[in-house]
Design a protein around this ligand. Structure first.
Ligand code: NAP
Length: 319
């Protein structure tokens, strides 16, 4: 049978991909990590990471990812900076076609393509990202101590994270485009009972305003068309996330209704030899530490899969 070039190709170089890469390189697999931009993924956009164990004083998202990349480099992880045009994951040998026409083949693939926060696409949102506009309450909440801030959204994330933000902020105003929340009743009850939370219903955010110091207000419009300015120093946009699954659509991978890849607890997808880790997975907790942990689990599953396939040691690997 035709031999694949690699035992493992990792698609995506965020915390999940780099951790899978570290484990695979350290285990001396023939592995390649393919990433279209700089390694680091979404974390590069995180100003400050305060909750990654071992970094007592915290560190910037950039520094954390730089360290993860350097750690994988220490074990000689091969990386390729390239844009993937298509993936064919169905057969025993998986093939990955790059935009320049080059075709890479592997026996196993770990998908670590991540997700991106859904955006409002309004003026000021991009300009003030990291300076008053955030997409992650766990990451950035502590920067808003004693401030008046706003959350957009009416789902579980907006309400749960709105509650979390009351630990820091003086007041949290939740702005929702409809008159009722999508979030679970128990979260709703908690939010309605919290004296630090106010709601603005049936209202959209039209614009984020501010100056060189950061955000100072939001332009709002209600369903009657009336506009108003809300004075806040921070806006958390918590309106869901979108999986980076565009490359996966042509493959018959099982996904949830949001398009996130379903895996078992060993990170195996519905296609043999294909694993997924990090934010591309269907799951609830989306922290850097989860992604890194899943990267490690996925790589160990790859080892198990490769061991089971090898005729000479299949008995050792099947326990
Ligand atoms: P979600 O359930 O899709 O809710 C998104 C919210 O944002 C909705 O209220 C939606 O409004 C609003 N929204 C969407 N696009 C908008 C736009 N352009 N402008 C203004 N508002 C907009 O997303 P999520 O809250 O991130 O939750 C994702 C999944 O994770 C869900 O399945 C959720 O149950 C789960 N989750 C669970 C927990 C938990 O169990 N504790 C915690 C967090 C997340 P409409 O309501 O009008 O559509």
């Amino acid at each position: 049978m035709q031999q694949a070039q690699y035992q493992l190709i990792i698609v995506g170089g965020g915390p999940a991909g780099l951790t899978a890469g570290l484990y695979a390189a350290r285990d001396r697999l023939k592995v390649l990590l393919v990433e279209k931009g700089a390694t680091g993924g979404q974390v590069l956009a995180t100003d400050w990471v305060d909750n990654y164990p071992g970094f007592i004083e915290g560190l910037s998202g950039f520094d954390l990812m730089d360290k993860m990349a350097a750690h994988a480099d220490r074990f000689g992880l091969a990386k390729k900076s390239a844009t993937i045009a298509s993936l064919d994951l169905a057969g025993e040998i998986k093939s990955i076609t790059l935009e320049n026409g080059e075709v890479l083949t592997a026996t196993t693939v770990i998908l670590c393509t991540g997700a991106r926060p859904r955006k409002l696409d309004i003026p000021g949102e991009y300009e003030f990202t990291g300076r008053g506009v955030s997409f992650c309450a766990t990451c950035d909440g502590p920067f808003y101590r004693n401030q008046n801030i706003a959350v957009v959204g009416g789902g579980n994330t907006a309400i749960q994270d709105g509650l979390h933000l009351t630990k820091f902020a003086q007041k949290v105003t939740i702005i929702h485009r409809r008159g009722e929340l999508r979030a679970s009743k128990i979260l709703q009850e908690k939010a309605f009972a919290n004296p630090k939370i106010d709601f603005i219903w049936n209202t959209e955010v039209l614009e984020v305003r501010g100056d060189k110091h950061g955000v100072d207000g939001l332009l709002l419009r209600d369903h009657h068309g009336d506009e108003a300015l809300l004075k806040v120093t921070g806006l958390f946009v918590l309106i869901g996330i979108t999986p980076n699954n565009e490359l996966l659509l042509a493959n018959s991978l099982q996904t949830d209704k949001g398009g996130f890849v379903i895996t078992d607890e060993e990170m195996a997808t519905s296609i043999p030899g294909v694993f997924a880790a990090g934010d591309i997975r269907s799951k609830r907790s989306r922290q850097i530490i989860n992604a890194a942990g899943e990267g490690a689990v996925a790589e160990l599953s790859v080892e198990h899969y490769l061991g089971n396939k090898a005729p000479d040691n299949s008995h050792n690997r099947s326990e």
